[in-house]
Design a protein around this ligand. Structure first.
Ligand code: ZN
Length: 236
């Protein structure tokens, strides 16, 4: 308070400074309360909370965001006894019928339908994780298209020049990557070498100028190697 009779000029600088100080204290109290409320809800700061509130007003669904961002576990099947499994696959490799073509109205392979069914069952088992989510081996993400509650994927020949139906010589790809794989200009020899020689479970490929990674479960990779080793060493 000013002493009585004290000449008062609201323009005086010192008075302005006092008012400014009070305002600042008030503001900092509000600021502190906002910060602590935001932090109680798990936000780093009130500023961040207000930005999320803005997104909410724009109709961004946190559930959808979370579903998209939540890291999903890639499926990875492994054999308890890889050697025995490789031996079994090698035996099957020798007895698998060669792909044949009959001329009907158009050229068809009579075994194709059954072989495709087997390949799809095999791939579904290999590339579905414990949460029931099926993955694409190229994008290593969940299959984007679901039809009648089932993931819509393509079973694509992995090494295309092999003239026998082996369910293990197929890849589980989403429709986009199936097209990319089939038309990417892969050299079968280089691909075979990459499969036989890769150290981890991923193979680097160049598809139509794009560097991509092809993921395999341990079981699928060793099954495919058993087949390639037999095909390469002469099947008959
Ligand atoms: Zn994909």
């Amino acid at each position: 308070m000013l002493p009585e009779g004290f000449p008062f000029d609201p323009g005086w600088q010192w008075l302005k400074a006092i008012q400014f100080g009070e305002e600042a204290v008030k503001k900092s109290e509000v600021y502190r309360q906002n910060q602590s409320s935001a932090q109680a809800f798990g936000f780093e700061s009130a500023d961040r909370a207000s930005k999320w509130a803005e997104l909410d007003k724009l109709g961004v669904s946190p559930d959808e965001l979370l579903a998209g961002l939540k890291k999903r576990d890639l499926p990875d099947k492994a054999s308890p006894n890889p050697e025995r499994r490789a031996g079994k696959i090698a035996d099957e490799t020798r007895s698998t019928p060669e792909k044949t073509c009959e001329t009907r109205e158009r050229t068809v392979d009579p075994d194709y339908g059954g072989a495709q069914g087997d390949a799809r069952t095999y791939l579904k088992h290999q590339y579905t994780n414990d949460d029931g989510v099926m993955f694409c081996q190229l994008c290593q993400d969940s299959q984007p298209v679901i039809l009648n509650g089932e993931p819509h994927f393509e079973a694509v020949d992995c090494v295309s020049c092999i003239s026998f139906h082996y369910e293990q010589n197929n890849l589980a790809l989403c429709p986009n990557h199936a097209a990319m794989y089939k038309n990417g200009g892969l050299a079968p020899d280089a691909l075979q070498r990459a499969i036989l020689e890769c150290e981890g479970q991923k193979i680097l490929l160049n598809l139509a100028g794009n560097e991509v990674e092809l993921y395999f479960t341990q079981q699928h990779l060793s099954d495919l190697r058993a087949i390639l080793a037999n095909v390469c060493s002469g099947r008959d």
